[in-house]
Design a protein around this ligand. Structure first.
Ligand SMILES: Cc1ncc(COP(=O)(O)O)c(C=O)c1O
Length: 362
């Protein structure tokens, strides 16, 4: 074998960081770091997964049963839907299908780090629009940013991770109207089922007819409690969906995951119950954390952003030492902040005990 330099990857990958997932909880610790559903999936979804037996067969490549079920639920035709291995995969398909080196991707500051990673991997330029001091999106600034020449993609997480802020109906309409039709508008609604309890929270799917460049992403990872199985979906005009099928791996969503997602979707009562529990537990946690002297921001998701008044990475380490894994946000440029997932009441109590010890040792 000849020696020589190893193959060089595309130059866009130079210096690109690897996504840092929430740390797994060691034995005895609790994990409130990845906005998972503390209550787990519907029992029907667990059952569907465990009863799966056709291991020797490839999965249904187009996930046609799941698409049909979603199409009935969401009142759109199946050709408006695409299923992915998590909504993350659909984000990557979008980048592969639409981004060329030198294109511009626009998103508000302090948003889900995956948009920047996918954009950079494709050689796109990244432009961040401003947010207010309470992290709400500055719509005028976003409207200005999306009109600049070369914008090929706009990403808006609604509500936003990690801040929890959301854009209301009229603001969403405005920003969609301002975005040129030549740019894909990616509306990431990973926390849709939680957020729809918040006043004036818009259902992005309502704008699909009027905006053929819009794609709405949702997931089974959050309220449906199936993060481990990796199932997400997109809603968009068929012309956009058909481009994504060209870059989709043929069997991207495994069969037991499709079965579990189908069962989870059917259990609407559970979804509503988890959303209601989350709203009350989130309010309780927000009050308790504010009472401990932290600045906590309003959130429409199943997580809260807090300014802990000290180095966030250090706070994360101390809390981990006390058996509570949360999320430091230095990768987002939020160096005094932590993001905590809203868990069960017992987890809230344990988190608050740890935060109280953190406060006295600040
Ligand atoms: C805004 C947002 N989008 C997408 C995802 C990832 O979702 P999925 O598990 O469907 O890939 C997350 C997960 O934390 C998220 O917060």
């Amino acid at each position: 074998m000849k020696n020589g330099a190893p193959p060089s990857p595309r130059p866009e990958l130079r210096g690109l960081p690897v996504y840092e997932p929430g740390r797994a909880a060691p034995r005895g610790a609790i994990k409130l770091a990845s906005n998972e559903n503390a209550y787990g999936p519907s029992p029907a979804a667990r059952k569907a997964f465990h009863h799966f037996s056709a291991f020797e067969r490839y999965p249904d490549g187009g996930a046609s049963s799941l698409r049909r079920a979603l199409s009935r639920r969401l009142r759109v035709r199946p050709d408006h839907l695409l299923i992915g291995a998590g909504s993350d995969e659909i984000g990557d398909l979008l980048a592969r299908a639409y981004l060329r080196p030198g294109d511009t991707v626009v998103y508000p500051k302090y948003t889900f780090v995956r948009y920047a990673l996918s954009g950079r991997a494709c050689g796109a330029k990244l432009v961040e629009s401003r947010v207010a001091a309470d992290f709400s999106v500055d719509i005028a600034d976003l409207a200005r940013a999306v009109r600049v020449r070369g914008v090929r993609m706009v990403c808006l997480a609604n509500p936003n991770n990690p801040t929890g802020a959301y854009v209301g109906r009229e603001d969403l309409r405005r920003i969609l109207d301002e975005t040129p039709r030549s740019a894909v508008f990616v509306l990431d609604e990973a926390y849709f089922e939680y957020a729809r309890l918040s006043p004036d929270y818009p259902d992005g799917a309502r704008f699909l007819k009027s905006h053929p460049n819009l794609i709405v992403l949702r997931t089974f990872s959050k309220i449906h409690g199936l993060a481990a199985l990796r199932v997400g979906y997109a809603l968009a005009h068929p012309s956009l969906i058909s481009e994504l099928h060209k870059v989709r791996p043929p069997f991207n969503v495994n069969a037991p995951a499709q079965s579990a997602a189908l069962a989870a979707l059917a259990d609407e009562r559970r979804v509503r119950r988890v959303a209601a529990r989350n709203a009350s537990e989130r309010a309780r946690l927000q009050k308790a954390m504010s009472g401990l002297g932290f600045t906590v921001y309003p959130s429409a998701g199943n997580f809260l952003l807090a300014d802990v008044g000290m180095n966030g990475r250090r706070a994360f380490r101390r809390l981990a030492h006390l058996g509570v894994i949360v999320r430091p946000l230095d990768a987002y440029g939020l160096t005094r902040h932590l993001r905590v997932t809203v868990g069960k009441p017992s987890e809230t109590r344990r988190l608050c005990r740890a935060l109280s010890r953190l406060r006295t040792s600040r």
